[in-house]
Design a protein around this ligand. Structure first.
Ligand SMILES: Cc1ncc(C[n+]2csc(CCOP(=O)(O)OP(=O)(O)O)c2C)c(N)n1
Ligand code: SF4
Length: 130
């Protein structure tokens, strides 16, 4: 496991966990800007994922859940870049396994607000990949 300049911990299997810049504060004081990261958003111009990202970043403060209690779990694909762009905890995991990882995390840490972000393929191919 190694730490990158952006504060991501990287396992050899390719999963990443964001640990950088988690502010300990309540969401009552936060705005959408507080959920944006310093990462360049790498989606195609006009991609619908931009609107989803912006909507979630705007919505998050209304949850009244501290940022350090929020986790976004993704699999692979374009949508799976989501955890890099949310200033919360997050894991970019493996194809079709985001729901399983999120379920395990949520079961072992019921105090967390766990979200799964996935595209159509990654959310529907769990069976075909075993
Ligand atoms: C185990 C495994 N099989 C296949 C791939 C190749 N792969 C990369 S992205 C992708 C499709 C992702 O599509 P989707 O989940 O719909 O996400 P989107 O890119 O549309 O957001 C595939 C099959 C992979 N990375 N890992
Ligand atoms: S889903 Fe991926 S390939 Fe499709 S428009 Fe968005 S960034 Fe581009």
């Amino acid at each position: 496991m190694a730490r990158s300049p952006t504060g991501m911990l990287t396992w050899s299997m390719g999963t990443r966990l964001r640990l950088s810049s988690i502010a300990v504060a309540t969401n009552g004081k936060l705005t959408a800007k507080d959920y944006k990261t310093d990462q360049e958003v790498r989606w195609c111009p006009g991609c619908g994922d931009y609107a989803i990202l912006a909507a979630l970043q705007s919505f998050m403060p209304e949850l009244d859940v501290p940022k350090e209690k929020i986790v976004f779990v993704s699999g692979i694909g374009c949508a799976a870049r989501f955890p890099y762009y949310m200033e919360t905890y997050g894991m970019h995991s493996i194809h079709g396994r985001a729901p399983a990882i999120a379920t395990g995390l949520s079961t072992s840490r019921p105090d967390l607000s766990v979200w799964v972000v996935t595209g159509r393929s990654c959310s529907s191919t769990t069976r075909s990949t075993g």
